[in-house]
Design a protein around this ligand. Sequence first.
Ligand SMILES: Cc1cc2nc3c(=O)[nH]c(=O)nc-3n(C[C@H](O)[C@H](O)[C@H](O)COP(=O)(O)O)c2cc1C
Length: 322
Amino acid sequence: MAIPALLRERLSLPVICAPMFILSNPDLVIAQCLGGLVGSFPALNARPLGVLEEWIVHIKTALAQAREADPGRRIGPFAVNQIVHKSNDRLAHDMEVCVRHQVPLIITSLSAPQDIVPAVHAYGGLVFHDVISVRHAEKALEAGVDGLILVCAGAGGHAGTLNPFALVGEVRRFYDGPIVLSGAIGNGRAILAAQAMGADLAYMGTRFIATQEAGASQAYKDCLVASRAADVVYTPYFTGVPGNYLKASILAAGLDPEHLPERGKDSMNMGSSSAKAWKDIWGAGQGVGGIDDIPATAELIAQIQREYAQARAALVDATKLF
Ligand SMILES: Cc1cc2nc3c(=O)[nH]c(=O)nc-3n(C[C@H](O)[C@H](O)[C@H](O)COP(=O)(O)O)c2cc1C
């Protein structure tokens, strides 16, 4: 088990809030960090590209002010997500801004981040990489990343297909560094389960869409409350990479979720047409069935902290039997 000091000393729960295309904005990130979690956003959410620096400065300033007002408070560091793929023509610019502002944690997705790791290590930052398989995990470690995010079956957005017990178990056989588990983790009990399984931290995405701060429409948030796991469809149709989406949004777009045509990986696109797709087609993981409300992020985090404490106490009782 290994949680880097940067995170261990500042978090109120072992949680990284996942970056979400279109939806993660500075208000959400600041509220997540002030709650003692890692808050994050995809660099591509800051559009046009000059806005990235404004967002980073805004987030840094808000967190520094809160830290100054209450030096003892646990305030999580923030992270920026970079899509390492040929369709992302902003990558060099966005990384230059992140390096200049010394963003504490860079979360990379898709290709292994060979060029990014040395630039971030040079200022003392960390790089965690998203993977869905052992092969991708090995490549990321060869690139020198500081932690692996294992995106398992049922995660929102671009998800893997492996069972979390299987992937965590296999990766732990050769890696004792930080492992973050992603996929349908939506409450305190699930965070504790991720730790019991061998992960160091939980990665939470979908649960934070149903908050006051997230940049989703009211209809999207209401649909999360109304949906269950059976209402989530796994398909590569919208971006070229398989992902999980709410069935109701696919139907509303005039498509038949049960009969979407096949699409190859080469058609992957994170550009403006993809932004349109993600606005109308709502990403969500299988944990959606646990969402009953749309609270402020601070309230949600307080609730998750209570759930975690209760689950831990119950687990201590349960394990006394054996
Ligand atoms: C609507 C949506 C958009 C997402 N966009 C991104 C993204 O831009 N970059 C990324 O690395 N992951 C993205 N993800 C995946 C999350 O980072 C994370 O792996 C996932 O949400 C975790 O599973 P959960 O939603 O079941 O908690 C997205 C997820 C959702 C639901």
